[in-house]
Every structure is written in structure tokens, then in C-alpha cells.
Design a protein around this ligand. Structure first.
Ligand SMILES: *Cc1c(COP(=O)(O)O)cnc(C)c1O
Length: 352
């Protein structure tokens, strides 16, 4: 008998479900009387829809945002499709037909999309207004178009471009959104992403749409100390080695030992989203000891200084996704850090 079940992975992503639920509750409280949804696009910001949905549902989230139609089925395993909003809207009749078949709600972004939705039979939809980001959403000047006026709009929404900054653009987008509100009949209104929630009550309307901060991101100082880290990486040590002074490490020999050094080669590389810029000043941890990264990150491996630890081959080293801190050190955005996490991780809920 041969067992073809793959062995346990040498790379794990542990999701602290309690921290995730707590972050949602913090954002819900900060959202005041508005309801609080959850953006779960890009596979729950890289953490895995299967891992984040139960915690978000437990905490109380009821409206979920994805970008692509391909993301609907995974989320629909946890909630009725009517609670899923698809931000990219309906680009063609095939997407509209899929929306009708599944019951997921398209976010209509243009007159073209409004016509496609009508052609497919119409029904409940959301409507995105562009209030100044010039990315996705209907031009305010076009809300009077008959195709738009005949829409059956559940949530009228817009999206803030600079909510993570104290920019005058926030107020100008708020004003632009308010200008449109009277011209379209809608059941409810929604403007704020994570950062927008911290901008105050005028930005909350009926429904907020946090993503990043749920998963441990801190887009504004108002969240400092309130938002908790959710993702933890654990990577196995593949090999230990003792270096002499003068020995060089990794691609292009970017690090040279100045004294005898014990190093560990670890099963995590840039193909796993651990980009070279994370290696520059980064470190892994073992039982409270810091193991600085040496030289360049490879595709599948990284080498760390383990002189101060008793780590052995097969042990797992950890890396806490303290997003504000890693973002500052690496120059990558907090969003990028999460969403580039690869698919070689064994993703699971962190226990203990
Ligand atoms: C991604 C997204 C969100 C969530 O934004 P965060 O900054 O991650 O909180 C909300 N609304 C829209 C339209 C989005 O595209």
C-alpha cells in the first residue's frame, strides 16, 4: 500500500480567528449606528476565505464584498449569495447570467453595466458612484440616464481614494457623494473603507466596508492599539550549517560572515510572498529569539543567523505579520504584504 496523501507542509499560515473577530467588532463600534460589512476579496486578503468567513460571521458581519465573479462560490459556501456584493459589476451577459443564477449582487459601475443588467432581467443591485477617484464607478453627471434610473438599487456607494491620509480629497469626495444621494433611489448608503471609518460619523452612512483593518492592517493612527495582528507565518528549517569568517551567503553573496556563525536555511521565499524587500531588515523568531535574515531572499528559501538559538533542522521559525511594522521596514504597502502570500502555505486557524 502506498500513501499518496501529501505530508504536512513546511510552510504554515496561522490565522488568529479571535483577533479577526475582535478587529471586526472594533470597526463595528467605530462605525457607530452604521452596519459593518467585510471585504473578503482576493481570498480574504490572502488569508483564505475558508479561514476568515466563520470568524467574521460569528462576529456579526452580514454583507461581504468580493471583486471578481470567480470569488463568489467560495464565499457562498458560508452565506446566502444575496449577502455577497461583486465590486467589478457585470461586464457582459455571461456575468449577468451568473449573477442571476447565483443570486450574488452586482455593483453596477457604468451606464453600460446598467444596460447589461437590464438586458439580463435586472433586479436587486448596488450602484457605485465615482466621487473623484476616477477608478470604477458611474460619473455623477450620468445618474439621470434612463438605464441608471430604472435600476433597483439596494446600496448606493462610493469609494474613498485617500482616507488613509488627512487629505482635503476626503471632504470633496464626501460632498460629491452627498450631491448624488438625492438623485438615485436606494435602500441604503455606503462610503467608508477601513480608513474611512476613522474619519468620523459623516462618513459612516448606513454600511461601512472595512477590509485591511480586519486582517491586522493599521491604515490610520486612530487604529493604533485597537487593531490586533491576525496572520502568523511558520516556516520549517531545512538545513543548519556552521560558517567560518569569510564564508558568503545566498545569491550574489550579499552577506559575508565576519566571525563563526551558525545559520539556518528556512522554507520560505519570495514565491511565498516573502519578497526581497522583506529580507532587507527582517528577521524570523524562534522561542523568543530573533534570527536576522542574511543576504538575499531566494524563491523558496531564506537564510537566517541562528547563532543565538538552539534551533534544529525540522523546527519551525515564526514571522508575525505586524503589518504596519513590516510595511515600514520593507516599503511594501500593508495591502501588498497580505495579498501576495502564495499558495504553498498550509492555512489554518491558530489555536493557543
Ligand atoms: C477593497 C475595497 C474596500 C475595503 O477597503 P480597505 O481599505 O481594505 O478597508 C471597500 N470598498 C471597496 C469598493 C473596495 O474596493
Amino acid at each position: 500500500m502506498t500513501d499518496t496523501t501529501p505530508p504536512p507542509a513546511s510552510l504554515r499560515l496561522r490565522i488568529d480567528a479571535a483577533a479577526l473577530a475582535q478587529n471586526w467588532r472594533v470597526l463595528d463600534r467605530m462605525s457607530g449606528s452604521a452596519q459593518t460589512g467585510a471585504a473578503v476579496k482576493a481570498d480574504g486578503y490572502g488569508l483564505g476565505v475558508d479561514n476568515v468567513m466563520p470568524a467574521l460571521l460569528d462576529a456579526g458581519a452580514r454583507t461581504f464584498f468580493v471583486a471578481h465573479w470567480s470569488e463568489v462560490a467560495d464565499v457562498a459556501r458560508f452565506v446566502p449569495a444575496g449577502q455577497i456584493a461583486v465590486l467589478h459589476g457585470v461586464a457582459n451577459l455571461a456575468e449577468a447570467a451568473y449573477a442571476k443564477a447565483t443570486g450574488a449582487i452586482p455593483v453596477i459601475n457604468s451606464v453600460h453595466q446598467a444596460r447589461i443588467w437590464a438586458e439580463a432581467g435586472g433586479g436587486n443591485c448596488h450602484l457605485m458612484i465615482d466621487s473623484g477617484m476616477n477608478r470604477l464607478g458611474l460619473e455623477p453627471s450620468l445618474v439621470g440616464d434612463p438605464a441608471v434610473q430604472q435600476l433597483q438599487v439596494d446600496t448606493l456607494m462610493s469609494h474613498l481614494a485617500s482616507a488613509d491620509e488627512d487629505s482635503e480629497q476626503n471632504e470633496s469626495q464626501l460632498a460629491a457623494f452627498r450631491d448624488v444621494v438625492g438623485s438615485v433611489e436606494a435602500r441604503q448608503l455606503s462610503l467608508a473603507n477601513s480608513a474611512g471609518i476613522a474619519l468620523g460619523r459623516e462618513y459612516h452612512f448606513d454600511l461601512t466596508r472595512p477590509g485591511l483593518a480586519l486582517y491586522g492592517g493599521v491604515p490610520r493612527p486612530e487604529f493604533d492599539g485597537r487593531i490586533t495582528t491576525v496572520a502568523y507565518i511558520e516556516a520549517a528549517v531545512l538545513q543548519m550549517r556552521d560558517l567560518q569568517a569569510g564564508d558568503r551567503v545566498g545569491y550574489n553573496a550579499r552577506w559575508t560572515a565576519s566571525e563563526p556563525t551558525r545559520v539556518a536555511t528556512v522554507s520560505q521565499g519570495y514565491a511565498d510572498g516573502f519578497l526581497r524587500s522583506c529580507g532587507a531588515s527582517g528577521a524570523l523568531h524562534h522561542n523568543g529569539t530573533v534570527l536576522p535574515i542574511l543576504g538575499r531572499v531566494s524563491m523558496d528559501m531564506v537564510i537566517v543567523d541562528s547563532s543565538d538559538s538552539d534551533v534544529r533542522e525540522g523546527d519551525f521559525l515564526s514571522f508575525s505579520c505586524d503589518l504596519p511594522q513590516v510595511s515600514k521596514a520593507s516599503g511594501l504597502s500593508q495591502y501588498e504584504l497580505l495579498t501576495v502570500l502564495g499558495n504553498r502555505f498550509e492555512r489554518s486557524i491558530k489555536t493557543g
